[in-house]
Design a binder for this molecule. Structure first.
Ligand code: ADP
Length: 258
């Protein structure tokens, strides 16, 4: 049995007057300690998949098992980094981070706090309130809060998208090395991104969803995780995945046009 086992997962959002199918027939297994990247065109259900794993969305069809049981954020010690960051505006960055750790019953690790804040280039904002920060600083504070929870399952929805190129590269390096260190502690990660260079840096496996509702279109295994050299092989994989996503989007457009 894998750490995450998804079998024939379908999700339909139900509104007052209409329903919106978001995912259809997704089957996917993710091993303990693996970093699985989910990518694909906008609207193909990537965030919906994360919400199911995070136990935010319970209305689905099919079977989703995490370590043998249905998603349960507390039991599975899940940390979710959402695009909206989810920081409490009336608490400072440090208080937000400490609260995240205390909710999970994780003792305060000041050395990890200082290391994380300085790797994310936000060592000087611990005393500030979220309203005083730029979008990029808020996103990094949310990453720091997740890191300090020492999660077993880390779910990230476009965690680096608001960062400038340099900070994004530093942040993904920090998270990659943290995941690698923690692999002995069996942390499993699912990350959504549109950035294929980032996907190839971070993931052992890259899953492409496509269509509306989203289906599993292709899966790539990746031997270039953690490596940011510019080898022709790495570039070829990036172009191949990019072309696959474009092809999936073209196919979808064609099907709706017919
Ligand atoms: P992605 O993350 O790939 O952009 P989402 O999972 O956000 O895709 O959305 C998948 C589909 O579900 C889209 O068609 C979107 O409009 C729809 N959707 C997402 N959230 C809701 C919601 N709360 N209510 C209704 N429809 C939704």
């Amino acid at each position: 049995m894998s750490f995450i086992d998804i079998h024939d997962l379908s999700v339909t959002y139900k509104g007052k007057n209409r329903t919106s199918p978001a995912l259809a027939g997704i089957s996917l297994s993710i091993e303990r300690g693996e970093t699985c990247i989910v990518t694909g065109p906008s609207g193909c259900g990537k965030s919906t998949l994360l919400k199911v794993l995070a136990d935010i969305l319970q209305d689905y069809r099919g079977e989703v098992l995490i370590d043998g049981t249905a998603p349960d954020a507390h039991r599975h010690n899940t940390a979710l980094i959402q695009q909206s960051y989810g920081l409490l505006p009336w608490k400072t960055v440090k208080q937000n981070i400490a609260l995240g750790a205390s909710i999970k019953d994780i003792g305060w690790d000041n050395a990890l706090y200082e290391r994380t804040m300085s790797a994310l280039a936000i060592a000087d904002i611990g005393h500030k309130y979220p309203g005083e920060l730029s979008g990029g600083q808020r996103q990094r504070a949310a990453i720091a809060r997740a890191v300090m929870q020492k999660p077993c399952m880390l779910l990230m929805d476009e965690p680096f998208s608001a960062l400038d190129a340099m900070t994004s590269a530093n942040s993904r390096k920090l998270i990659y090395h943290m995941l690698k260190d923690r692999q002995t502690n069996d942390m499993t990660t699912v990350m959504v991104t549109h950035n294929i260079d980032e996907a190839v840096y971070m993931g052992n496996r890259i899953v492409v969803l496509a269509g509306s509702p989203g289906r599993l279109f292709r899966t790539f295994s990746n031997s270039f995780a953690g490596c940011d050299d510019d080898s022709p092989e790495r570039r070829e994989l990036i172009s191949h995945i990019t072309a696959t996503i474009k092809h999936s989007a073209d196919e979808e457009t064609l099907q709706t046009a017919l």
